[in-house]
Write a protein that binds this ligand. Structure first.
Ligand code: SAH
Length: 242
């Protein structure tokens, strides 16, 4: 079930006042009335059933009733490395990857990335907010974490911490289903190109990553966002908890 966020940790029976953006959000999204029960999660990721005890114009007070369990995170940690693409499909990737239980999203500039985002910090704030909303909607305890990689070479370093990294390339012959991964595999990466695809040089460079596995998802060219989301669903279904 969807939940709301409190910036203060909650404790059974404690009454807290919610103000600011989240209070506004709660008041706008539902016609809240005293006595109503909502799910609310604190910064410590503990979630409670809480009763609305006071409703004001811009704030509301709730009383935490009992702590409730949160859905388990997938045993498979999925990291998407996404070449920068237009904002709208990127927003979509953030939303859907959060719903699908993706662990991390790293964004980087590739040769064919047409977007050159200025003020990346501001963008990151916005993207993280989108992730947070998706987590709240889906009941997942947290959003996909989002970082920007300034130097694509950092991908090598990050990839070395993973068991495998799948390089998504339409022209490759291997498919995800070709791979029988050992049951010890629990950290995988997925490398997704921009709308214009990776250049030949980039494919050569990325193919040098020690634990890389080039993969195709069939003879049709998918949009970058479709590729990122579909591959996440596939690996989650093959080796995760979907
Ligand atoms: N114009 C590019 C396609 C880019 S699609 C071209 O013709 O190659 C954007 C990215 O999505 C690609 O770089 C790749 O990483 C991924 N992708 C799209 N379709 C795919 C497929 N069928 N299999 C594997 N990856 C795919």
């Amino acid at each position: 079930m969807s939940y709301f966020l409190s910036d203060k940790p909650l404790q059974t029976e404690e009454i807290i006042e919610l103000t600011g953006d989240e209070a506004r959000h709660i008041l706008l999204s539902r016609r809240m009335e005293v006595g109503e029960i909502i799910e609310i999660q604190g910064p410590d990721q503990k979630r409670f059933n809480a009763e609305v005890v006071l409703v004001d114009r811009k704030s509301l007070s709730i009383q935490a009733l009992e702590e409730i369990p949160t859905p388990k995170e997938s045993p498979l940690s999925i990291t998407i490395f996404q070449a920068l693409i237009k904002e709208q499909p990127l927003d979509f990737i953030i939303q859907k990857s959060t719903e699908l239980g993706v662990d991390k999203l790293f964004l980087f500039n590739s040769e064919n990335s047409i977007e050159r985002f200025k003020e990346i910090e501001k963008k990151l704030d916005r993207w993280r907010k989108i992730g947070e909303e998706a987590a709240k909607q889906s009941g997942r305890v947290r959003a996909v974490s989002i970082e920007y990689i300034d130097d694509p070479k950092d991908i090598y370093k990050l990839a070395s911490e993973l068991d495998h990294i799948f390089l998504l390339e339409p022209l490759t012959k291997d498919r995800f289903s070709t791979w029988e991964l050992s049951s010890q595999v629990n950290k995988i990466g997925i490398l997704v190109g921009p709308e214009g695809g990776f250049t030949e040089e980039e494919v050569v460079e990325f193919s040098k990553i020690k634990n890389v596995i080039p993969i195709s998802m069939g003879p049709r060219i998918l949009r970058a966002d479709t590729a990122a989301i579909t591959s996440s669903a596939i690996v989650q279904a093959l080796w995760g908890d979907v």
